[in-house]
Write a protein that binds this ligand. Structure first.
Ligand code: CP
Ligand code: NVA
Length: 355
């Protein structure tokens, strides 16, 4: 539902943006025909959103700031050097104080418990902008990008036997004139090669529920496998058996429509750099690896970014298989959809009114 809403917001916002926002090569350039002119949602008019970031960010921060502007609101970037949090003030008190003046909190934290604590004590909704365990807004951008590029994936069923039929999304139209539908996506085989970190964890809890197959390769060591809270969630969702896990990257990419990786050294793991570079030898995504492993001939590539060359070589990263930059662009539209629904129309959501 959020992806369909992001698609709608993208279409309705584009005519209001400077033309370079849809320059060739951007994901907005896919939206060729200008839709009928309508006002994008102004649900954040006169509202302030706190961006509480204790770690670095390019995409998530820029997406959140630009999305807030489009929704008519104001984003306050509160980095770790800017406010009392973590030095003179507890998470609990900061959540209450910031939540007393802003209409939403988008927080990038270290340990996942920190976001739980913020959410527990904030009077307004708190959205996870990345934690040690999860990166939920990333998988939303990935899904929008996959739908937009659905025609790149050949119509053959995947190995799990799913027929190539995806649910047709509901037409999401307001006002006069029809907007193009979000293209349906057939079930894909998604291979992830790399560290079991926040980005993968959201893929694990998302893709199987949408009918996609997921295959993972990470080095033979417990610390590179999904931690207990992630497995607990998979068990709770009843999808833990749908995940194929191996230490062999070639085995993981077998039959893949899409190959994904992330950094081998997530923020906060810098001290482990040397060991990790050693442990992930052989995990670089390359044409050769995917050919030897038997990925589908037209496989595509995604990465949340930032990227290092040891994870994926330039041929794949900058080549025609790569969807990484449309994927990055779509951080904005999917975060905009979340902000619109959770921060802008929260009262309607609470009252379960039609939004
Ligand atoms: N993908 C992502 O979250 O990037 P940033 O760390 O730049 O926000
Ligand atoms: N796994 C990475 C994702 C960055 C967007 C990290 O946590 O640093």
């Amino acid at each position: 539902w959020i992806i369909i809403h992001a698609h709608y917001l993208k279409q309705t916002s584009l005519p209001w943006l400077a033309p370079q926002a849809a320059a060739p090569g951007t994901s907005a350039a896919l939206y060729k025909k200008p839709p009928p002119l309508r006002m994008p949602s102004q649900s954040l008019f006169n509202k302030s959103i706190a961006l509480l970031f204790s770690k670095r960010s390019t995409r998530t921060r820029v997406a959140a700031e630009t999305a807030t502007v489009l929704l008519g609101g104001r984003a306050l970037f509160l980095g770790r050097e800017d406010i009392q949090l973590g030095v003179n003030e507890s998470l609990r008190d900061s959540a209450r104080v910031i939540g007393g003046m802003c209409e939403g909190i988008f927080a990038r934290v270290g340990a996942h418990e920190e976001i739980e604590e913020l959410a527990q004590h904030s009077p307004v909704p708190v959205l996870n902008a990345l934690s040690s365990l999860w990166h939920p807004t990333q998988v939303l951008a990935d899904l929008l990008t996959l739908h937009e590029h659905a025609q790149l994936f050949s119509a053959t069923p995947n190995e799990s036997g799913f027929a190539p039929s995806a649910p047709t999304p509901t037409q999401h139209v307001r006002g006069k004139g029809k907007l193009p539908r979000l293209p349906p996506l057939r079930p894909l085989t998604v291979a992830y090669v790399g560290d079991s970190a926040n980005v993968l964890h959201d893929m694990l809890v998302t893709y199987p529920r949408l009918g996609h197959t997921i295959r993972v390769a990470s080095p033979e060591n417990e610390k590179y496998r999904a931690p207990k809270p992630v497995w607990d969630r998979l068990v709770q969702l009843g999808i833990e058996k749908d995940i194929f896990w191996t230490a062999d990257p070639r085995e993981a990419v077998h039959g893949a429509d899409l190959v994904v990786t992330d950094t081998w050294i997530s923020m906060g793991q810098e001290a482990e750099k040397e060991q990790r570079l050693k442990d992930f030898q052989g995990y670089q995504v390359t044409e050769q690896l995917c050919r030897e492993g038997g990925a589908k001939p037209d496989w595509k590539f995604m990465h949340c970014l930032p990227r290092k060359e040891h994870e994926v070589d330039d041929e794949v990263f900058y080549g025609p298989r790569s969807l990484v930059f449309p994927e990055a662009d779509n951080r904005k539209w999917t975060i905009m959809a979340l902000f619109d629904l959770l921060f802008g129309k929260w009262d309607l959501l609470e009252q379960k009114k039609d939004i």
